[in-house]
Structures are given as C-alpha cells and as structure tokens.
Unconditional design. Structure first.
Length: 223
C-alpha cells in the first residue's frame, strides 16, 4: 500500500506515538523510516509492543500502560520517563522531553480517537509550541501547522482533498492549483476557510502573510 507523504519532511528527529487510534502498520513503518527516534506516550507503548517496534523513550504518568509493557520496553533498551503530574497532558510531556533532548522537528501520530476534545487539544498544543516544528498525521490526513509568513508548494496528484483553516486566523492567504482557488484572503476558524477543496494534478501553492493556520491534505485520492 502506498501513501502520499510528499508534504512531510524527508527526515524528522522524533516520532511521537500517542495513545489514540493507531495508524495502519504499513503507514507506521513508513513513518518510522523518516524519524531518528521514537517516543511512546504512555499507553501508546502497548500498540508499539504488539507491532514489535521498540521506542527509544516512553513518557507519561503510566496510568494506562501495564507493568509488563514497561518491563518489555526497559528490557529492550527504552528509556522510561515517569511524569506523574495530572495537570500536564502526555503530549506536552513528550514535547518537553523533545526540547530537553534538543529535537526540533517532530512528527505526531496516533493521536485521534473517540475523544474529540483530545484531538482538538493536540492540534491546539502543536500550533502553540515554540521552538519546534511539528507535523501531524492520521490514517487519512496530513496536518501541517503554519506560523507567520510562509510559502509552501507541493506536487499533489489529482483527486486529493485539501483543507485550510485559520487557527484562529491567518491573513494574506492565497491558494492555487485547486478547484476553488483564492488570493489574499483572511482565513478564520469562525469565518472564511477552504474545506474539502480538490487538487487538479498541478502544483498546489499556498502562502500566508501572518497568523497561524492548519493546512491538510489526504493521503489517498478520494475522487
């Protein structure tokens, strides 16, 4: 199975594997190849163990991971970081560990699930983290947080869906190479945005002058 991963960086310093719905095995294997280190967040360790993927680090309050999983990780060389505070989410603990280890490019996966509040919290946190570039990926979509003046160009095949939202807003935004292009617009979480736009098989170019936003593209053509 192939996935459209061109918008991702060729290399990330770390893959953060959260305790949500795990991505499919072929996709996870492809992501691991792009990342120098793997960090499991708490219960995410159990999924990695089932897939025989040994993380370099395990961090969290360890309230959703078994002693057996922790012992397996320890025995295989993983470094365990118990952070019992309930005031800080495990994702934040993972990012603070990355800062301490001087990892500056991070890929986050397996963060979605039935708890929509957890998904929103993850995206909000990644948009506001300082000093780290972090992209997110699910089985369906790549999510690319954008900060400040930014220009991106991607060669996306025809039939992919792309969406672009302000978080909460981004000014001077232009998008071309899609069915519904626009120029110099302000995109907002509660106003104008691009939802389920369609690629035409040419280069997709987007730019923003200031603000914060999230650009998303599907891993597979949907049309």
């Amino acid at each position: 199975m192939s996935f459209f991963l061109e918008p991702l960086q060729d290399r990330y310093e770390a893959l953060i594997f959260a305790n949500g719905n795990p991505v499919k095995r072929p996709l996870l294997n492809a992501l691991c190849k792009r990342c120098s280190y793997i960090i499991a967040l708490d219960g995410g360790l159990a999924t990695l163990r089932r897939r025989n993927i040994i993380p370099d680090h395990v961090i969290g309050d360890f309230d959703s991971v078994s002693d057996s999983d922790l012992e397996w990780a320890r025995r295989n060389g993983s470094k365990l970081h118990c952070r019992p505070s309930q005031d800080i989410p495990d994702l934040a603990k993972g990012f603070y560990l990355c800062k301490r280890l001087h990892y500056r490019s991070i890929l986050v996966t397996s963060f979605e699930g039935a708890r929509v509040d957890h998904v929103l919290s993850t995206v909000h946190f990644v948009l506001n983290i300082v000093g780290i570039r972090a992209d997110l990926i699910t089985d369906e979509m790549i999510l690319l947080p954008l900060h400040g003046r930014t220009t991106r160009r991607y060669e996306i095949p025809c039939g992919h869906l792309v969406s672009w939202f302000g978080s909460p807003l981004a000014e001077g935004c232009s998008l071309c190479g899609v069915r519904w292009p626009f120029r110099n617009r302000t995109i907002r979480a509660d106003g104008f945005h691009s939802l389920s736009n369609q690629t035409l098989g040419s280069d997709v170019e987007l730019s923003q002058r200031r603000g914060r936003s999230v650009f998303m593209t599907s891993l597979q053509p949907t049309l």
